[in-house]
Design a protein around this ligand. Structure first.
Ligand SMILES: Cc1ncc(COP(=O)(O)O)c(C=O)c1O
Length: 397
């Protein structure tokens, strides 16, 4: 008898793959490594919002018990107001489930929805959480292309060509990880139409929706359509630099009958784990009424804004790469215009030579060995140095 379940073999994570362990080995040997593999702001000195610290410390005593299966009522009220304010209709407070990060929420969604043989349309490149959850729940991920020459927008014609009678759901990550771009309204409308015509559920991971630069506007997928079932995932890991709190939620919106059935299914799944962590739920109303904290990071002079500026300034100086400037989030996904046989080896060699850890495109299920992702979280001078090191390394390829 096998000791280990076969499904474990299907798990793959680009951000914490072999190169990550190699980086930890280097650190154990006393070397300083700049780990640009993960969008974890606290690791780079981003501080907790004071509003959240106050709310949590003053109300800690309220976090002793299990919460309701869906989460604290006042936290869900704050989430409800947030999404209504962003133009989402056709849902109510009971259609909100709080989970331990978008990561747990993704697991709950996949467990509740997928049967063996179901096909799940996912972007390429894709953040691996969703494909892992699909695989663990016996669904097949079918990759649709995002088009770098069209600002990394999903290629809707390609999506159409992939729909079969087994297609159950389509995933949108907007703003996107790893490309950092915002999708256009036209593309969102076309995807909503396609979902309507083919009876697909849309899963919208919008965890970066508040981290948008240059006055651009993120359009929630669920605000585009009222007659398609949309499950939106969001949380506080990025907008309020609270990754360690593990705070996420999902919102089910759309036609009442489908919504009720999915709600019942997710409730069953949620009951397995009794409740999400209660402490972080205290943070939700405080965080969602503190948009100033987030805005300060993305405005001129703010850390994320300036770090992005420096990253782009230095990338512009590197021969042999091109990139699409990110509209949002903390990532850019440059293309290398040189022959690379193995992008994992490329990033491993970069780590060994320059002690900078980045994630290869293949870590995001990108099919050709010609991209890598940079996380723009270190302070500007550290980032400047790191991108220069990358340039030096690439120039010698
Ligand atoms: C697109 C996307 N979704 C979800 C997550 C995970 O979020 P959480 O910390 O809420 O589990 C990440 C983390 O990097 C992400 O980039």
């Amino acid at each position: 008898m096998e000791l280990i379940a076969n499904r474990v073999e299907t798990i793959g994570t680009g951000t914490r793959g072999k190169n990550y362990w190699a980086a930890l080995d280097l650190e154990r040997q006393g070397k300083e490594v700049l780990k640009l593999n993960s969008g974890n702001p606290a690791a780079f000195g981003f501080k907790m919002p004071e509003s959240v610290e106050r709310a949590v410390t003053q109300n800690l005593h309220r976090a002793l018990g299990y919460s309701d299966l869906r989460g604290f009522a006042e936290a869900r009220e704050a989430i409800y107001e947030y999404h209504v304010g962003r133009g989402v209709k056709n849902f109510n407070i009971e259609d909100i489930f709080i989970g331990n990060g978008v990561s747990e929420v993704a697991s709950m969604i996949a467990t509740a929805l997928f049967n063996k043989g179901d096909e799940f349309l996912v972007p390429s490149p894709c953040y691996s959480l969703w494909t892992n959850e699909a695989a663990l729940n016996d669904a097949t991920s079918v990759y649709y292309k995002c088009d770098e020459s069209n600002h990394w927008n999903p290629d809707v014609e390609h999506i159409k060509s992939l729909v079969t009678k087994n297609t159950k759901a389509i995933l949108l990550i907007n703003p996107n990880n790893p490309t950092g771009v915002l999708y256009s309204k036209e593309v969102l409308e076309e995807i909503a139409k396609l979902a309507r015509e083919n009876n697909l559920i849309i899963i919208a991971d919008e965890i970066y929706d508040r981290l948008v630069f240059d006055g651009k506007r993120h359009i929630p997928m669920a605000s585009i359509t009222e007659d398609v079932l949309v499950i939106t995932a969001n949380g506080l890991s990025k907008s309020h630099c609270l990754c360690g709190f593990r705070c996420g939620w999902l919102v089910i919106s759309g036609p009442a009958q489908m919504r009720e059935r999915v709600n019942e299914a997710i409730l069953k799944v949620a009951s397995i784990r009794l409740g999400a962590n209660s402490i972080m739920q205290i943070a939700i109303p405080a965080a969602l009424s503190d948009s100033q904290y987030t805005n300060q990071m993305i405005e001129k002079g703010g850390r994320l804004y300036e770090q992005r500026a420096v990253t782009c300034e230095e990338l512009n100086k590197i021969d042999g790469i091109s990139y699409v400037k990110n509209d949002a989030a903390m990532y850019v996904f440059p293309k290398i215009h040189k022959e690379i046989a193995d992008d994992k080896k490329f990033t491993y060699d970069l780590l060994m030579e320059k002690q900078v850890l980045v994630v290869p495109g293949s870590g995001f299920m990108w099919e050709t060995c010609d991209h890598f992702r940079i996380v723009m979280l270190p302070e500007v001078e550290a980032l400047r140095k790191a991108v220069r090191e990358m340039g030096d390394f690439i120039s010698k390829l």
